[in-house]
Ligand binder design. Structure first.
Ligand SMILES: *Cc1c(COP(=O)(O)O)cnc(C)c1O
Length: 228
C-alpha cells in the first residue's frame, strides 16, 4: 500500500462526491506519473486534462485504463495532427487559423473533433485565449468547419490568491456562453462551460461551470518531475 496513491484515490472520490449533479470533474494531469493518474481513475475520475501533447502521448501509452482526455494547454498548429489523434476534446482553440488547421487534419483522419473556445476573460496581454468581444465571431467561423464540433467555452482567468477575485471573469465567460446558446452553431451546441481550478472551483460552480479542472486538489502540490 502506498500512502500517496491512497490519498489521491480518496481525494478524487471525495471531490467527486462534492460535485453537484451535471458537473464533470476533470483531473489536470500535467507533471503527474501514470501511477498517480491511475490512482485518480481508481478514485472514480473518468475525464483527464493534459497541457502538453507529447507528455500526454507518453501517458496514454503508459496507462492501462481508458478514459476521456482533453487538451487544456495551448496548442500550436504544428502539433494539430498529434493532438487530434490523442485527445477526445480540445479545450483551447483560440484562433481561426488553428481551427482551420485542426479541421484539415480531422478531415484527413475522418474524425469529428469536439472543441471549446478558450476565452481570455481577464483580457490579459500575453495570455492565450480569445478576447471576450471576439468569441462570437470565432464561434460562428468554427461552426462552418465540418470536422469540428463546437461544444462550449473554457477560461482560466487571471491567477489570484483570493478565490472571490475570479468571479467577474467566470461571470463574463458565462454570459458569453449564454449569448451563444441561442446561436446557430451548425453541428455544435453550447453544452460545456469549463472553468475553475483547485483554488477557484467553488466560485466557478456558483457561476455556472459544468466542467472543473482540478490538479493540486486531487494530486497534491506539483513537483518538477513526476514520481514513477
Ligand atoms: C494545471 C491546470 C489546472 C489545474 O490547476 P490546479 O491549480 O492544480 O488545480 C487547470 N486548468 C489548466 C488549464 C491547467 O493548466
Amino acid at each position: 500500500m502506498n500512502a500517496h496513491l491512497d490519498a489521491i484515490r480518496n481525494k478524487a472520490a471525495a471531490l467527486l462526491a462534492e460535485m453537484p449533479p451535471g458537473v464533470t470533474l476533470e483531473a489536470a494531469a500535467k507533471k503527474r506519473s501514470p501511477a498517480e493518474v491511475t490512482a485518480a481513475f481508481e478514485g472514480g475520475i473518468r475525464v483527464f486534462g493534459h497541457n502538453y501533447v507529447q507528455e500526454a502521448q507518453r501517458m496514454l501509452t503508459a496507462i492501462k485504463f481508458s478514459a476521456e482526455w482533453h487538451l487544456i494547454g495551448h496548442l500550436q498548429s504544428n502539433k494539430a495532427g498529434a493532438a487530434v489523434q490523442s485527445f477526445d476534446m480540445l479545450e483551447t482553440v483560440d484562433s481561426l487559423k488553428l481551427a482551420q488547421r485542426l479541421n484539415q487534419v480531422c478531415i484527413a483522419i475522418r474524425k469529428v473533433m469536439p472543441v471549446l473556445i478558450e476565452v481570455n476573460s481577464g483580457r490579459e496581454e500575453n495570455k492565450n485565449g480569445v478576447m471576450p468581444e471576439d468569441v462570437v465571431t470565432l464561434a460562428l467561423q468554427i461552426a462552418g468547419l465540418p470536422n469540428l464540433r463546437l461544444e462550449g467555452l473554457m477560461t482560466m482567468g487571471p491567477l489570484s490568491a483570493e478565490e472571490r477575485d475570479s468571479r467577474p471573469f467566470f461571470n463574463t465567460t458565462r454570459k458569453i456562453f449564454e449569448a451563444l446558446s441561442g446561436a446557430d452553431l451548425g453541428s455544435g451546441a453550447m453544452r460545456v462551460l469549463s472553468m475553475g481550478m483547485s483554488g477557484s472551483y467553488r466560485v466557478a460552480l456558483d457561476e455556472g461551470a459544468n466542467l472543473v479542472r482540478l490538479g493540486t486538489a486531487i494530486f497534491g502540490a506539483r513537483r518538477e518531475k513526476p514520481l514513477d
